[in-house]
Write a protein that binds this ligand. Structure first.
Ligand SMILES: NC(=O)c1ccc[n+]([C@@H]2O[C@H](COP(=O)([O-])OP(=O)(O)OC[C@H]3O[C@@H](n4cnc5c(N)ncnc54)[C@H](OP(=O)(O)O)[C@@H]3O)[C@@H](O)[C@H]2O)c1
Length: 269
C-alpha cells in the first residue's frame, strides 16, 4: 500500500518536519534496528531518538542501510542534562553513533532544577548549533514559563518543545500557548492514555473501520500536533503511519477532546 501524504510544519529557523514521526524509546539493539528500518521502508521520514535511549547507533545503522538520502529524513536526538558543560562533546558522540554530520533537531531532554545551570545548558546549545552540528535546537518537557525564561535570558526561543500529549491530558491552551510563542508543539507518548481500549476510541475506530491507535494519531494531526508513536511491531508501525490518511469528523474530534477534563472545562478550541 502506498504511504499516505504526511503533513509537515516549518520550524521558526526554516527547517521542515513531518508532523508524524517514529518514536524509538525502549527499542534497543537489533529490535531498534529492525523497527527503524521497517519504519523507513513503510514511509516514515522523521525519527525521534535520544542519548538516554541507548539506541542511536542502531537508529543510524538503519538510516544508512535504508538507502534513503540523508536530507529526506528528519532526525531528532536529545541531550541528557546530567552532563552539563559537556554539550558539544556529547552531541559530537551522538552524531558519531548516528553516523550523520548534523542532527535536524537537538533537544534538551528535560529542564534542570537550578535556573542558572538550566540557562547555561541552553547557552551551550545555542553555541553548538551555531557551529553547525544541529540545524535546529529546542527543549522537551518544559512548561511555557520556562520557554519564556530561556528566551528572555538569551533572546532565543526554543524552536520546538516536546511534551507528553494524549487525549486524556489534552489541554487546548497548551498548543495555543506554543503557537503564540512561535514554538512547534510536539507530543510524545501519544498512545498511553486513556488506553487504546477506551470505549470512545474503540467506537470511533469501529465507525471508520480502523483501530484506536490510528484514531488517536489522526486526532493529534487534526489538531496540528506533531506526533511520534513508537512500536516494535511491523504491522503497528505501518498501520500507525497510515493514520495520516484517516479523516475524523468534527464530532469525533470533540468526543476525543472530552476525554480530558481540561477540555471539558474549556470551550472547544
Ligand atoms: N521527550 C521525552 O521525555 C519523551 C518521553 C517519552 C517518550 N518520548 C518519545 O515519544 C515516543 C512515543 O512515546 P512512547 O514510546 O512512550 O509511547 P507510545 O508511542 O505512546 O506508545 C507505545 C506503546 O503503544 C503500543 N502500540 C503502538 N502502536 C500500536 C498499535 N497500532 N496498536 C496497539 N498498540 C500499539 C506499543 O506496543 P508495540 O511496540 O507492541 O506496538 C507500545 O507499547 C517515544 O518512543 C520517544 O521517541 C519522549
Amino acid at each position: 500500500m502506498e504511504p499516505p501524504t504526511i503533513p509537515t510544519t516549518t520550524l521558526p529557523g526554516g527547517g521542515v518536519t513531518p508532523l508524524l514521526g517514529f518514536g524509538t524509546f525502549r527499542l534497543r539493539g537489533e529490535d531498534a534496528y529492525r523497527a527503524v528500518l521497517h519504519a523507513l521502508e513503510a514511509g516514515y521520514r522523521h525519527l525521534d531518538t535520544a542519548q538516554l535511549y541507548g539506541n542511536e547507533e542502531a537508529v543510524g545503522r538503519a538510516l544508512a542501510d535504508s538507502g534513503i538520502p540523508r536530507h529526506q529524513v528528519f532526525v531528532t536526538t536529545k541531550f541528557a542534562q546530567h552532563h552539563p558543560g559537556k554539550e558539544h562533546a556529547t552531541l559530537a558522540r551522538s552524531l558519531d553513533r548516528l553516523g550523520i554530520e548534523q542532527v535536524d533537531l537537538w533537544l534538551m531532554h528535560y529542564p534542570l532544577k537550578n535556573p542558572g545551570e538550566h540557562l547555561a545548558v541552553w547557552d551551550e546549545f545555542l553555541a553548538t548549533a551555531e557551529g553547525g552540528m544541529a540545524a535546529a535546537v529546542g527543549v522537551s518537557n518544559h512548561p511555557p514559563a520556562q520557554l519564556d525564561a530561556l528566551a528572555e535570558a538569551t533572546g532565543q526561543m526554543p524552536e520546538v518543545n516536546q511534551v507528553r500529549c494524549d487525549p486524556a491530558r489534552h489541554h487546548p491552551d497548551l498548543p495555543a500557548a506554543h503557537r503564540e510563542r512561535g514554538v512547534v508543539f510536539q507530543g510524545h507518548s501519544p498512545l498511553r492514555k486513556p488506553g487504546l481500549g477506551h470505549p470512545v476510541l474503540t467506537e470511533i475506530a469501529e465507525e471508520h473501520g480502523t483501530d484506536p491507535a490510528q484514531v488517536v494519531i489522526a486526532w493529534h494531526l487534526a489538531h496540528g500536533i506533531c506526533v511520534i508513536p513508537k512500536s516494535g511491531r511491523p504491522e503497528h508501525i505501518t498501520s500507525n503511519l497510515h493514520a495520516a490518511g484517516l479523516r475524523l469528523s468534527p464530532d469525533d474530534i470533540t468526543r476525543i477532546d472530552h476525554l480530558s477534563t481540561h477540555s471539558r472545562r474549556t470551550p472547544a478550541a
